[in-house]
Design a protein around this ligand. Sequence first.
Ligand SMILES: *Cc1c(COP(=O)(O)O)cnc(C)c1O
Length: 361
Amino acid sequence: MIPIAKPILGEEEVNAVTEVLRSGVIAEGQKVKDFEAAFAKFTGTSFAVAVNSGTAALHAALLAHRIGPGDEVITTPFSFVATANSVLFTGAKPVFSDIKEDTFNIDPESIIEKITPRTKAIIPVHLYGQSADMKAIMDIAEDKDLIIIEDACQAHGATFEGKSVGSFGEGTFSFYPTKNMTTGEGGIITTNDKFVAEKARMIRSHGSKQRYLHEMLGFNLRMTDIAAAIGLVQLGKIGDFNRSRINNAHYLTQSLQKIKGLVLPHIDKRCGHVFHQYTVRIRGDLTRDEVVSSLNKKDIGTGIYYPLPIHKQPYYMELGYHDFLPVSERASKEVISLPVHPSLTKLDLDTISEYLHEIIG
Ligand SMILES: *Cc1c(COP(=O)(O)O)cnc(C)c1O
């Protein structure tokens, strides 16, 4: 079986965890602080606040900006549900814009159509490892005085015009095992705003700066030192991991470009794409689901990100969402992600390509 994702964990991670366990300080210790400093440096931001998931990072970033009931937050429906759920958790309302046909990322023109006097923030998602159009989005934010919270959960190391994602607005990253780097479970907020960093730290730990003095309502969103130790090692390898993903993606594109009915990933020239996913569209005689089952029969793992846009999820329908967002809805029926992770061999990549030629070529 060629899996769709595979975390790479070696002796260094094992040793780093062992060191933390032997030290006896497994929470609220130095490793979390070191990981935060290293991650801030990695994204070129002034501050980073480590938490226990990407969802927690999104939630805390919104709360740090006092987003809540009565506010609207514009985002994309073509994402993992956590993006919009983080808005619901605050009491604010997620408002969905459509996406661009070529990059699958939020369409700035559609954002403009959705702005109302209640709009407070925009959450662009850097889907599949490619930055959204941050030039257009930052222009809108400046013009309309809106907060930007980037969902960079799939885009560690991705850039837009040479600048790291997560450094345009507030950044939010996930370290779930299938992401470009992992800590087991984990997340982080990146920011250049001292006030936001301080608020996020308080929200992470029951609203306190000083132990047992609680100035606001918060949660326990803390990352353990065990997780941070893994993260420090992984951060040292993310450059290699991403280079390997990019090389695999280029190899697949070379091998697959002649297949009619297969739309290969589009790279925006302004973007440094880190290929969290290598996602193609099926537009031939076979349906997407037929292609998926043929590949799976040949022991090639596939992913569908995402089979149902968020506004069509049962829970959102129940809330009364009835948007028609044709580009997202069509994409959800046509996309397949193929394995692109760093553990693939050239033989794996050739196998994927050969079978695709056989099935739809
Ligand atoms: C993974 C992911 C999240 C959530 O991260 P968790 O660590 O699983 O909470 C949010 N948004 C996107 C786009 C993701 O891919």
